[in-house]
Design a protein around this ligand. Structure first.
Ligand SMILES: C[S@@+](CC[C@H](N)C(=O)[O-])C[C@H]1O[C@@H](n2cnc3c(N)ncnc32)[C@H](O)[C@@H]1O
Length: 241
């Protein structure tokens, strides 16, 4: 695993004045890219997402001058080579066709620019507490899919590497996991229990509800006995020649 300092250094070294964050949610990754820079970019900061509005917090980048555009990652509305940096964080497994979205991201990137992918993965040597995160995430995603939303199981590390390499960029890979803190932190466990309860409500009309309920009981026990830590993520930075 790479240290947090190594990860932030790699993000900060991407440089550039025009940044596009694909599937931006609340714009958190733009904030992270900006914070990682010694000389924060003064240019164009854009986040796109299919949601009509950002999952915004009061101090979000979109309140402070960044632009939020409702747009599909598979069809970006910019000319080729419009951005210095394009980022996609925690989103590839939410996309219908992640390969096509990466091709689009590469198209709008200028030569010499950086495509930055951050995505959790489900395999490798992860702690039992990290396995809890992976199992729960797959359980959530399965409910989303059953309700008609695109939410695929997370990729293996090798699948992610294969996927990004199809862009033809020159890639650097770093592995990261936030293993700080108590895996059985009561506040975190309480929030996750509440989220499980919410998802069970969403799933209540599904034909296999009883099976999902039984799985939820297992994961709740797992939260108490083993706890949870964030699964490992791959940070992939691709340079366009
Ligand atoms: C787990 S969130 C990640 C948000 C943010 N990038 C982050 O790092 O926290 C996944 C996001 O992907 C967005 N999304 C799903 N399908 C999309 C699509 N086809 N085009 C653009 N955004 C999409 C969702 O609306 C959601 O905000």
């Amino acid at each position: 695993m790479n240290s947090t300092a190594e990860i932030e250094r790699a993000l900060g070294a991407c440089g550039g004045e025009r940044l596009l964050d694909v599937a931006t949610g609340g714009g958190w990754f733009i904030e992270r890219m900006r914070a990682a820079r010694a000389d924060p970019p003064g240019g164009l900061l854009v986040g796109i997402d299919t949601r009509p509005r950002p999952l915004e917090e009061p101090e979000s980048v979109f309140v402070q001058g960044g632009a939020y555009v409702q747009m599909d990652a598979h069809r970006l509305g910019w000319a080729a080579e419009s951005f210095d940096v394009v980022t996609v964080s925690a989103a590839l497994h939410h996309l219908d066709d992640p390969g096509a979205a990466l091709t689009e991201a590469t198209r709008v990137l200028r030569p010499g620019g950086a495509l930055v992918i951050l995505e959790m993965y489900c395999d490798g040597e992860q702690t039992e507490a990290q396995r809890t995160h992976i199992l729960l995430h797959h359980w959530w995603a399965a409910i989303d899919r059953a309700l008609g939303f695109v939410h695929n199981p997370t990729f293996s590390r090798a699948e992610l590497v294969d996927l990004v390499q199809m862009t033809g960029l020159a890639w650097t890979f770093l592995d990261t996991a936030d293993l700080e803190g108590d895996p059985r932190d009561p506040g975190r466990i309480r929030r996750l229990r509440a989220r499980i309860a919410d998802d069970l409500k969403r799933a209540r009309d599904l034909a296999d509800y009883d099976e999902r309920l039984a799985q939820a009981a297992l994961y709740q026990r797992r939260l108490d006995e083993i706890g949870i830590q964030s699964a490992a993520s791959l940070l992939a930075i691709g340079r366009k020649s």
